[in-house]
Design a protein around this ligand. Sequence first.
Ligand code: GDP
Length: 446
Amino acid sequence: TPIIVLIGRTNVGKSTIFNCLTKSRNALVANHPGVTRDRQYGYCKSEDLNRKIILIDTAGLDIKSNEIEKKAYEQTLIAIQESHLILFIVDARDGLMPQEFEISKKIRQYEKKTILIINKIDGINNTFNINEFYSLGFNKIHKVSASHNQGINTLIIKYFIPWINLEFKKEKKTILNYQYSEIKKLETKIAFIGRPNVGKSTLINSILKEERMITCNTPGTTLDSVSTPIKYNNNNYILIDTAGASRKNKNLSIIEKFSIIKTLQSIEKSNVILLMIDACNKICSQDLLLSDFILKSGKGIVIVINKWDRLNYSEKKQFKETIKNKLKFLFFSRIHFISALYQKGIFQLFKSIHEAHEDSKKTISTSILTKTMHMAIKKHQPPIIKGRRIKLKYAHLGSSHPPKIIIHGNQVTYLSSPYKRYLINFFYNSLQIKGTPIKIQFKDNI
Ligand code: GDP
């Protein structure tokens, strides 16, 4: 998956550009409370794109004065290192700033394709400021006004698409082959996702130690060394080990161990994600950020609370409450409380993993979906707009992985978010979908 990273000083408009490219303001599910906005991951969305691009908005690359900023800076450098394309954002109103020479120098060390994005060009009436930026020496320069959504689509058409066609064609082919073999073998690919020390490698090792698990050695597959195929209950699984979590490298710092991009790539490669959370720690913004991204990825999800052995009765009760509150937006998924170290609760996981994968590729007939929709309407009518009740006519499945339900009707653009949420919850419940997000799209029949 192509990865693009946004770099620049604070306040140049990185987040606004990120929002334009990911259309995150229009998203049905966005802005869950507690999700930090200092770093964001998202998918680039555009009708002109025919494949996924991951975007990473980084903390500003400013002069770092304290420990926290130093850490953020380090993370940004890692993001640059692991990305494929850099968008270096500057501000037309401020003009060229001295730090931007430093940032350019830093970026050049990585020898990555870079586009200089001059933002805030609206209302600039002399070109003096803009011309200054040419001295940074980048040959790909593009001007935008993110707050007015100007120049964003041209950025995608003029730069992103040719770049992808040029550099990712080969990968596309291997992905296709891979998908083909995947259909034949029907494996479930499981990604273990979570913060460092949550117990990812302990869990993988525990699974591999189990006698009921058959580890397979399939030579000549396209899998890399960190993916282990296993068989359990006659189903095939592949354990995807993010960033070589199980190959302990004592010399790596926590920051190096937790590679955002490898995490994102593991998510892309998988069908089902085990979102691992440490029962001994507070749920932090990083957990929420990962959860949010996992939800957006549309992959199957199973929530795993690890180190359950270390909590006493009342702590367990309290943690369950916290989880319910903080991970509200993943309400549909199964939660398991396990101990990877003492091998407790591991087999039960596989039932949910299997279910999540099955649900994500489910086919549901138009008649069932339409019937379900009418049941929902009967219980709770859509609102009346301009004297006429919004009419929902029929529903059908648009695609799967994750299931996307398309509802046709009249004046559907006026449906309120609470009503949309009501409908989506109704579908989750009556279709008994667990472990996969479902999406709903409304189409107006004029
Ligand atoms: P990773 O960074 O996510 O791969 O985490 P590790 O698997 O290396 O685990 C980090 C630490 O947590 C190690 O010291 C493990 O022994 C410990 N650990 C992992 N799972 C459990 C568990 O279920 N219970 C307890 N008590 N400790 C655990």
